[in-house]
Design a protein around this ligand. Structure first.
Ligand SMILES: O=C(O)CCC(=O)C(=O)O
Ligand SMILES: [Fe+2]
Length: 347
């Protein structure tokens, strides 16, 4: 989701991603030496969380589900969400709508959504160089829903999906609060989720079926409470795990892949972590569509480590800032949703 910058990709437990903070979203990244041969990952276990059980009326069942969510957040920082209640037909409508929107014959028409103004609520872009290969459409979907009106049925399919996803956001925010030992409305209130700023990136890899290397999106983390991701092809996303190795995030169709965002890491004073991830391409063999939605606090919410996670032996590990300030900190616009967590970490 975030505007991304090319990073040095190195394997191993000592891997430390270094974000190129001088990167400007309008500049072309320097990619001639991008080490595209080192983007391997292994298959590993990814936890599964049952959304239906998180909301169960049976207290034993609910408490088991909360425990498994808590382990998934603390030990991993990402998980597959199943039984989320969003019907398959809605997923299919979304993938069809996006595929139609990215019609290769209509590229000229899409240029109307190129960057115009810092407050753009719809923005289109095409990245085609060794360090990044994707065509994307970013839209702000909450508190107001935005979407191009064409092609027929696209906006309706997206609106339906985001409406259902919103219910999941509220349910999960409650459950996450409980996993942190807080009252269930805590995150909802602390992040003012009623006015939460959600941006969705719809990605097509590779753009026009011509990739210039294996990198779809380079290493990055995403701002926000959490990111929800769906995709039509079960491959491509890699995550730097808590063990320090890159793992494949295989995402079965109709599963929602959830990742902790930077601002939950900050609120929990580092108890939960936002993980570096990237997208790799199988050159031109596979066309892949994904929808990565960043569910954030309201733009004016000041996010800093909550007092519940700060004491003598746990000093605040992050500086506080409003969500808007942190989205714009690298010189980007709100819709770019760039991470700046590297700058907020206190040594
Ligand atoms: O396409 C994907 O699997 C992930 C995309 C992503 O990380 C992003 O848009 O932030
Ligand atoms: Fe991302």
């Amino acid at each position: 989701m975030a505007e991304t910058s090319p990073l040095l990709v190195v394997e191993g437990p000592n891997y430390k991603p270094t974000i190129n903070t001088n990167y400007s979203k309008d500049s072309i990244p320097i990619t001639s030496t991008f080490p595209t041969d080192k983007i391997t990952a292994v298959d590993d276990k990814i936890p599964t969380v049952d959304y239906f059980m998180l909301l169960s009326d049976d207290p034993d069942e609910r408490s088991l589900a909360i425990k498994s969510l808590s382990r998934a957040c603390e030990d991993y920082g990402f998980f597959h969400l199943v039984n989320h209640g969003v019907p398959d037909s809605i997923f299919e409508g979304v993938f069809k709508g996006i595929s139609d929107f990215f019609d290769p014959d209509e590229v000229e028409d899409r240029k109307q959504y190129e960057k115009k103004h810092p407050t753009d609520r719809i923005r289109w872009g095409l990245r085609s160089y060794p360090g990044e290969n994707r065509e994307y459409l970013k839209v702000v979907v909450h508190p107001q829903f935005h979407c191009p009106p064409k092609p027929v049925g696209f906006s309706e399919a997206m609106e339906e999906y985001f409406k259902r996803l919103r219910e999941v956001v509220h349910g999960l925010a409650k459950a996450l609060s409980k996993t942190l030992g807080l009252e269930e409305g805590y995150i909802e209130k602390a992040f003012n989720l009623e006015s939460g700023f959600d941006v969705s990136a719809m990605n097509l890899y590779p753009p026009n079926f011509r990739s210039k290397g294996s990198v779809g999106v380079p290493d990055h983390t995403d701002p926000g409470l959490f990111v929800s991701l769906i995709c039509d092809v079960n491959s491509g996303l890699q995550i730097l795990s808590h063990k320090g190795n890159w793992i494949n995030a295989n995402i079965p169709r109709n599963t929602i892949f959830m990742q902790i965002g930077d601002h939950l890491e900050i609120l929990s004073n580092g108890k939960y972590k936002s993980h570096v991830h990237r997208v790799v391409l199988e050159k031109n063999k596979v066309k892949r569509i994904s929808v990565a939605t960043l569910h954030g606090p309201s733009l004016d919410t000041f996010v800093s480590p909550a007092i519940e996670f700060v004491d003598k032996s746990h000093r605040p590990a992050y500086r506080g800032m409003t969500y808007k300030q942190s989205l714009e900190a690298n010189g980007g616009d709100e819709i770019d949703v760039q991470s700046n967590i590297e700058h907020l970490r206190l040594a």
